[in-house]
Write a protein that binds this ligand. Structure first.
Ligand code: ZN
Ligand code: ZN
Length: 449
């Protein structure tokens, strides 16, 4: 199976028992990544018996592709309506309560399939509504900007807190290369940034396996790795925004999405770099600042995580054991009390949700350290004892300089200040963004070093 990890077609509609012991199912039936892919949607819908479609776009993507799709559906004698999601007063569209209600208002009983025409945000809104209303979800990406097209989780912002809600994967993806190559270079660079984040995401997953015996799937990891290799091997083409470049990027993003579908969570594709990115996003929402592209943030955050990995990789077994012992002796080490205090100080109005995410919710008021893995009393010895394996994981991550160079070549930002993230916010996020998800990452490991 591993030798086909870099291909998309063999996995579509597949259901099998994997070497990891889990049964994997890929609900996506069809992926079309080619010039003119838009034209393949109406015949697909007709063949599947979906005669009534709702096309969801924003103003820009309606113009770029929605209108054409609407006409093509009508020409194929399908009943198609459009729902153009309106931006908020700041000219932005977020996957939040407001957008979900807008889409719900356009749903009629006869709609069988909803086609998302746009980037990640529109996909997340549609995947959630399609899931909750039992409709088929079809994907038409208009920019190769995120790996979320193929995934199942909908990252939604509810009450200002970004959480990933289980929803639907698309049944089919129609990625038109002509359309993707016309996307702004900033969005193409963002897709590349989202892929570069896989280096640190994969290493974080391995830390979870090494230190906590977290379930790990070699196939899913290899699929992500192969998708990343496609992008690194075609970095120049991606930077130039050629059709070949956007094809390879879209294939990489799709493989990353499928790897998440295999295991049913985002571990193969999302680690500390995503937690940092989500933290910045939530803080920007609280401060009513203009949102940044997801992949642009992830790329910059991956450079930050790579720096932590580089520092950890520099420690010998003895140095790591000494560092852990010094932390224990001074009391400057992770504990339930410290987690609680840092979350309360760093998350303001959403602290309760973050405490709950970390197993420290109201019901677990007196949570013993043993039930919070990151504060487990056995952890320090385990880190010291398994340092050689941990160091190998740390060494698998490219240097921050290599990642920054690759991002810059693709035309994307590589440093926090290029995103408008102030040094204070960066420092604070490196302290508390690890709590965005209850997952072990290099940020949590570094608390011991
Ligand atoms: Zn991402
Ligand atoms: Zn598996």
């Amino acid at each position: 199976m591993l030798e086909q990890a870099g291909e998309i077609q063999p996995w579509l509609g597949a259901s099998f028992v994997c070497g990891c012991g889990q049964e994997h199912t890929v609900p996506i039936r069809s992926v079309v990544i080619e010039r003119g892919a838009l034209a393949a949607l109406p015949p697909y819908a007709a063949e599947r018996g979906y005669s009534e479609l709702l096309i969801v776009a924003d103003r820009r993507t309606m113009e770029a592709a929605g209108e054409e799709l609407l006409q093509r559906c009508k020409a194929a004698s399908l009943q198609a309506q459009a729902c153009v999601l309106a931006e908020d007063e700041r000219g932005e569209l977020a996957a939040d309560e407001r957008a979900i209600v807008q889409l719900m208002l356009h749903m009629t009983p006869g709609v069988q399939a909803i086609a998302a025409v746009g980037s990640g945000t529109i996909h997340d809104i549609v995947r959630f509504v399609a899931h909750r209303t039992g409709r088929v979800f079809l994907s038409v990406p208009t920019a190769p900007s995120v790996d979320g097209f193929a995934s199942v989780g909908a990252p939604l912002i509810i009450g200002g807190f970004k959480q990933t809600i289980p929803a639907s994967a698309p049944e089919a993806i129609f990625a038109d290369l002509q359309l993707l190559a016309r996307a702004p270079q900033a969005m193409i660079a963002a897709g590349f940034g989202d892929m570069l984040g896989k280096y640190t995401a994969l290493a974080d997953w391995q830390l979870g396996r090494e230190l906590f015996g977290e379930p790990y799937c070699e196939l899913a990891a290899e699929m992500t790795r192969q998708g990343l290799a496609l992008c690194m091997d075609h970095a120049e083409e991606i930077a130039a925004g050629t059709e070949l470049g956007v094809r390879k990027l879209m294939e990489g993003l799709t493989l990353s999405g499928i790897s998440m579908l295999l295991v049913g969570h985002s571990r193969p594709a999302s680690g500390g770099e995503h937690h940092l990115s989500h933290f910045w996003e939530m803080r920007f929402i609280q401060q009513r600042r203009r949102a940044l592209l997801h992949g642009a943030k992830v790329g910059v955050a991956a450079v930050q995580m790579a720096a932590l990995y580089e520092a950890a990789a520099g420690l010998t077994r003895e140095a790591a054991a000494e560092a852990v012992a010094a932390r224990l002796a001074s009391g400057d080490a992770p504990s339930v009390e410290r987690m609680r205090a840092q979350i309360e100080a760093g998350y303001g109005t959403i602290a309760q949700q973050v405490l709950a995410e970390n197993g420290l919710g109201a019901a677990a008021d007196s949570a013993p350290a043993a039930s919070v893995p990151a504060a487990s009393p056995q952890l320090p010895q385990r880190i010291a004892a398994r340092w050689d394996a941990i160091r190998e994981i740390c060494r698998s991550v490219p240097s921050p300089q290599e990642l920054a160079d690759a991002l810059r070549r693709a035309g994307g930002p590589a440093a926090a200040e290029e995103l408008g993230i102030e040094p204070e916010l960066l420092a604070e996020s490196l302290r508390v963004a690890k709590y965005v998800r209850n997952r072990y990452t290099i940020m949590r490991l570094c608390e011991w070093l």
